[in-house]
Design a protein around this ligand. Structure first.
Ligand SMILES: [Zn+2]
Length: 227
């Protein structure tokens, strides 16, 4: 899943409007960020099925970045980091939920499945990628719902900031959905690793910048630090 992870991060802002959406989006993508590093280290791997040009999806062996139990550990780690900066349990828990949401969303779409507790453990994989039109429609609907939630939570933002976020997320969604629907060429290992590591950082940084104004305005009025 691609833009669906952005949607979860964006939508979770509705539960704490002082928490910057960029932080939540990075949390929702943490598993893919780790996948890049773990493939680089040789701890995890991926495969292109022989009929990738018609399937448009890959297969993975990624117990440490995408397994449920490891994801709970990553969620606790990133949540603890947020706690250091925010000292607010709600913010830490929400970022942790964003991290674990990756397991749920990827578990719905991945064909080979995501392990529950490391190598050799039972796997969750409902394989919705086998029906790509439905899967991509689901992601598009999630994105629309997330934008509605975000715009409600970001009412203190200027009109320009809110429109900018909508344009950004819609463009990102169009690129992600269009990219997967038309993917026929296999990307090389270095390109994949660079994408897995860089994309979460870039996606989150842009969202953080667009969402920053509101956090700053609240911070100046309440003297509450935000991340
Ligand atoms: Zn993933």
């Amino acid at each position: 899943m691609g833009i669906g992870h952005v949607a979860v991060g964006l939508g979770l802002k509705a539960a704490d409007r002082r928490l910057n959406a960029g932080v939540l989006i990075f949390g929702a993508f943490l598993a893919d960020f780790l996948l890049g590093w773990f493939v680089l280290a040789g701890w995890e791997s991926y495969q292109y099925p022989p009929d990738f040009a018609s399937r448009h999806y890959m297969l993975f062996t990624f117990p440490w970045s995408h397994g449920l139990v490891p994801d709970l550990v990553w969620a606790a780690a990133l949540g603890s980091l947020v706690w250091v900066f925010r000292r607010e349990p709600r913010a830490a828990v929400l970022v942790g939920i964003a991290v674990v949401s990756h397991f749920v969303l990827d578990g719905v779409v991945h064909v080979r499945g995501l392990p529950i507790a490391g190598p050799g453990s039972p796997e969750l994989g409902l394989g919705l990628w086998r029906n790509l039109p439905i899967e991509l429609t689901l992601e598009a609907l999630m994105t629309v719902a997330a934008l509605v939630l975000y715009l409600r939570a970001a009412q203190d933002h200027s009109r320009g900031r809110r429109i900018s976020m909508v344009v950004y997320v819609v463009l990102l969604g169009a690129l992600a959905i269009g990219g997967q629907a038309t993917a026929t060429e296999q990307v090389g290992r270095s390109g994949l690793i660079a994408n897995w590591i860089a994309a979460p950082l870039v996606f989150a940084a842009i969202a953080w910048a667009l969402d920053r104004q509101r956090s700053d305005s609240i911070k100046s009025s309440s003297s509450t630090a935000s991340v």
